[in-house]
Design a protein around this ligand. Sequence first.
Ligand code: HMG
Ligand code: MG
Length: 318
Amino acid sequence: MSTGLPMTVPEPGLPGRVTIYEVGARDGLQNEQGVVPTEVKAEFVRRLAAAGLGTVEATSFVHPKWVPQLADAEALFPLVSDLAGAGVRLPVLVPNERGLDRALALGAREVAVFASATESFAKANLNRTVDEALAMFAPVVARAKDAGLAVRGYLSMCFGDPWEGPVPVEQVVAVTRRLKDLGCDELSLGDTIGVATPGHVRRLLTALNEAGVRTDELAVHFHDTYGQALANTLAALRHGVTTVDASAGGLGGCPYAKSATGNLATEDLVWMLHGLGIETGVDLGRLTATSVWLAERLGRPSPSRTVRALGGAASHKE
Ligand code: HMG
Ligand code: MG
């Protein structure tokens, strides 16, 4: 019978601690068919924080017509912003100055812009070319930094693109470098459609280092479409990456990339990290209970293998 915890067997050379950057409330809920009530979203964010996640991406200040699922950002953010006082980081997505103004008006302390390595996705997601998108982000990053905010730069389609196919490593390196030069503090490499494999991850990380992007500036953001997200994460950990994006219960996808499925499930990630003896600060039982609770509200089971394996026990603990 499972104890609900993995046996700990460390692998030499891996980091002692990993920062989990939880994206379920944003990347997960932006893709829901139905609109999740604002109070449920707020409760979800609070439960994630209570489970020990120190970084919980809360919402997006994008055009409400582009992502109606997150059109309640103004109502939601004030319901959770007190968590910042308890040391929880609550980043939000902002595509442009209008989005930044909305986030600043509510006291957000951390924002993320989101670029694409490919022209097709830049057009589909931002209605801009890659160059136009970076020009749109330049004043956002500059103003956010002037206001003392931390700024993350996402880069989508780092491994493959549904319209363009495989994406050359040099193309990804070039746009990542431009995001860094804009002043982003952290760069999150998105496998938006989940096609990456571990050797590809290693090759991209090495190429970025060779182009002057340090490993400690990088985060990885894997979607699990082909079941590769954990293997890819382990490849990134072996390279020295210590920030990993994940989504509670494996929620997610991207409304502007139809072949994207859920993100790497946070529970699956925590099971592996704790098994490797890597600290995360997360209470796996509480986190699983949160995903079970949300799945009941969404009306379907979580796709996370760990949530399924532990879910019964977690729902009893609620
Ligand atoms: P656009 O239609 O080109 O907008 O969209 P525009 O700049 O021409 O402005 C048109 C109108 O929208 C104006 O109003 C603006 O004020 C308004 P009007 O003058 O006509 O009355 N507007 C806004 N209103 C509220 N908030 C705003 C805003 N901006 C403009 N921020 C835009 C351009 C960038 C706005 C649009 O394309 C957009 O919102 N895109 C967001 C798409 C999105 O959120 N995608 C999902 C997140 S990315 C992702 O999931 C990938 C990731 O997880 C990593 C990975 O997996 O790869 C991060
Ligand atoms: Mg994503």
